[in-house]
Ligand binder design. Structure first.
Ligand code: GAL
Length: 661
């Protein structure tokens, strides 16, 4: 286990990025040293894509070049986040082990020439990955420059090959114990799918029509376990030689081929990458969504932003630029929510190769550029925030997130294609962000008692344990909002009988869903309070709950749409449609009001982001980010740690970090 935290080793917050000096030569390395000092870089991620240089032939290592760069960085005051290069095996590997190339669901075997061309379940790949992780750890485990280990890169790629099939069968045997149990769990009695030997079982490859939902869900669970096992092997190989913290960078929020709660438990520090998918305030909200999830995955412990872009906003089929000031606002958005610094992909923009046009800290134009000047300015700001290291963030509102529930909405044959898990999660978070409230994410089986309000936006799958836990939370005084299409199936994807959601939750909510009625694409249904629903509606019976809004048209006219139920010492709310934006914002405002949850910084208008970080010794800081186009007066003048100046107002787009206690 690590003996010292990352920020102890760095003596402050982290600032830097992926550093790939192998793409450059001596004069550029010299300039890198100067520019890193200028930008206050103190951590560089090395080796993520260096397998071909580190192991030019199977079993023959060449560390000399890496020795020289690590020593150079060390002499320049830059610590190293040393990666294992296993996300990108070299061509010699795939030629020697063609069976380790990934296979798509339609049985196409991919070739090398990109990255991530490996099957995680292929024995040759796994042992090659262990070997190189071990060789790196043996050589650099005690190197004074190494402050963090970065296993792999964004685990997640899937494979459907025969190695995968064999591993899946072994996993299924362990999970189900017998074929009878598996057949029962997957409901194979339908469509003549009954399995009579383990050899008949396959990954969910391309089929004629709907795939079996139990098989699809189990495959997701299996693959997640496979990822975690692969990570643990490398981590343990590293720990045998090093006492530095070990991590792997998650890709949040939408990349969901792994149970993030389970993987995060294996990490010494949660690290994650974030690239917004829309500009402006949407990007800032996305930063917060990402950061709140990263923090929550680590149980509230400090975490680290491993990658962001200086100028990268992925907008479907194009990459948009960030506006001046966005890099500082995004960096502080992450730090406000518990990140111990901010790193980028990558230090210097590549002049060749697959990501030539991806932004970087030093762009093609060189240091005489807006981007590098902003980077240096942000580096200076982060350097001034060293006192925040180790402080944490707490929230009194939670949004529930769970891998099984996400995967359950990805199976074939659901009543509507518009039940979008990720969008529902983001929307709940966004409404709370807009209301100025800090949000945690929680697993539906966590102890939720510390939260005044819990929102369950998309728990289509709900295990018996989770349903009981939510019932207990409400009975014990909590306020819970459950949204449409929740608790419809158990953890085997079997429909709940007798009405949705799962029985213990029905008791807490005082409702029973008798019939689901998905809406047509673009259909809106009027509610009695003037709001509208889209996507989904339900024939809902109040069984003890009060109706707060009813459907106002169609077959459901007069039937409850939004209900509230006093249960035990708490309150269960149920919303049976997807409300329009204004209606949803009003509902969230009402819930916050009824639970007494105030915005983080009362006295500031909407769109001024405010988050409190607290140190164990009682010190605290409020990070403020003004997303408004006009200056905003502060409730009282306060000293800004970023500038040392006492501020009376925040300029448009401005940021401040105020020492509160
Ligand atoms: C990340 C990845 C980096 C780089 C970056 C580009 O997801 O880890 O290697 O590809 O995306 O945005």
């Amino acid at each position: 286990m690590p003996t010292r935290s990352l920020t102890d080793r760095l003596d402050g917050l982290a600032f830097g990025g992926d550093y790939n000096p192998e793409q450059w030569d001596e004069p550029v390395w010299k300039e890198d040293d100067t520019l890193m000092r200028r930008a206050r870089v103190n951590l560089a991620t090395m080796g993520v894509f260096s397998w071909a240089l580190l192991e030019p032939d199977e079993g023959r290592y060449d560390f000399a070049w890496l020795d020289a760069h690590i020593d150079r960085l060390h002499a320049n005051g830059v610590a190293v986040d040393l990666a294992t290069p296993t996300a990108s095996p070299p061509p010699w590997f795939t030629l020697a082990h063609p069976d380790a190339l990934p296979v798509t669901p339609d049985s196409t075997r991919l070739t090398h020439g990109s990255r991530d061309t490996y099957c995680l379940a292929a024995p040759a790949y796994r042992s090659a990955a262990r070997r190189i992780a071990s060789a790196l750890a043996e050589r650099y485990g005690e190197h004074p420059a190494v402050a963090l280990w970065h296993v792999h890169n964004e685990y997640g790629t899937l494979c459907y090959c025969d190695h995968t099939a064999a591993a899946f069968r072994a996993w299924l045997r362990a999970r189900h114990g017998s074929l009878d149990a598996l057949n029962e769990a997957w409901g194979t009695v339908f469509w003549s799918q009954r399995y009579t030997s383990w050899e008949q079982l396959l990954p969910p490859r391309v089929t004629q029509w709907h795939k079996n939902p139990g098989q699809a869900l189990d495959f997701r669970r299996f693959w997640s376990d496979e990822i975690i096992a692969a990570y643990r092997e490398q981590r343990d190989a590293i720990r045998a030689h090093s006492d530095r913290p070990v991590t792997t960078n998650l890709m949040l929020p939408a990349y969901q081929n792994v149970d993030l709660w389970a993987l995060a438990r294996e990490l010494d520090v949660v690290t994650s990458d974030q690239y917004p998918s829309a500009p402006g305030p949407d990007a800032a909200a996305d930063v917060a969504f990402h950061a709140d999830r990263a923090r929550s995955l680590g149980g509230g412990r400090p975490w680290l932003l491993m990658e962001q872009g200086t100028n990268t906003v992925y907008d479907r089929d194009r990459v948009l630029a960030k506006e001046p000031g966005d890099v500082l606002r995004h960096t502080l958005g992450h730090i406000a929510r518990g990140s111990e610094g901010a790193l980028f992909f990558q230090w210097r923009q590549s002049r060749a190769g697959a990501e030539t046009w991806h932004s970087a800290m030093v762009p093609h134009a060189g240091p005489d550029s807006r981007i590098f000047r902003e980077v240096a300015h942000v580096g200076e700001a982060v350097a001034r925030l060293g006192e925040l290291a180790g402080s944490t963030v707490t929230a009194s509102v939670a949004v529930l997130h769970e891998a099984d529930a996400w995967w359950a909405l990805g199976v074939d044959g659901l009543p509507s294609a518009d039940l979008d898990y990720h969008a529902a999660l983001g929307r709940a978070h966004r409404a709370l962000w807009d209301a100025g409230v800090t949000v945690d994410f929680a697993h539906p089986e966590h102890d939720l008692s510390r939260f005044a309000l819990v929102i369950a936006p998309a728990l289509f799958l709900l295990s018996d344990g989770a349903a009981e836990n939510l019932r207990r939370y409400v009975a014990g005084g909590g306020t819970l909002l459950v949204q449409h299409a929740s608790g419809y199936v158990d953890d085997r994807m079997h429909a709940r009988l007798g009405g949705y959601p799962a029985a213990p939750l029905r008791e807490a909510l005082g409702v029973r869903v008798e019939e689901y009625r998905p809406l047509r694409r673009d259909e809106r249904i009027a509610l009695s309070d003037g709001s509208h629903g889209t996507v989904w509606s339900e024939s809902l019976r109040a069984e003890g709950a009060d109706t707060l809004a009813a459907y106002a048209e169609g077959m459901l006219a007069g039937a409850p749409a939004l209900t509230r139920h006093r249960f035990g010492t708490g309150t269960g709310w149920y919303l049976s449609t997807r409300l329009d934006d204004a209606g949803y914002a009003a509902l969230v405002a009402r819930l916050l009001d009824e639970t007494g949850v105030a915005p983080e910084a009362p006295g500031l208008p909407a769109q001024v982001e405010a988050v409190l970080r607290r140190a164990p010794d009682g010190r605290s800081w409020r990070v403020l980010i003004n997303h408004r186009p006009e200056p905003v007066p502060l409730p009282e003048p306060a000293r800004d740690v970023l500038t040392g100046i006492t501020l009376a107002e925040l300029p448009p787009g401005g940021c401040a970090v105020l020492r509160i206690t």
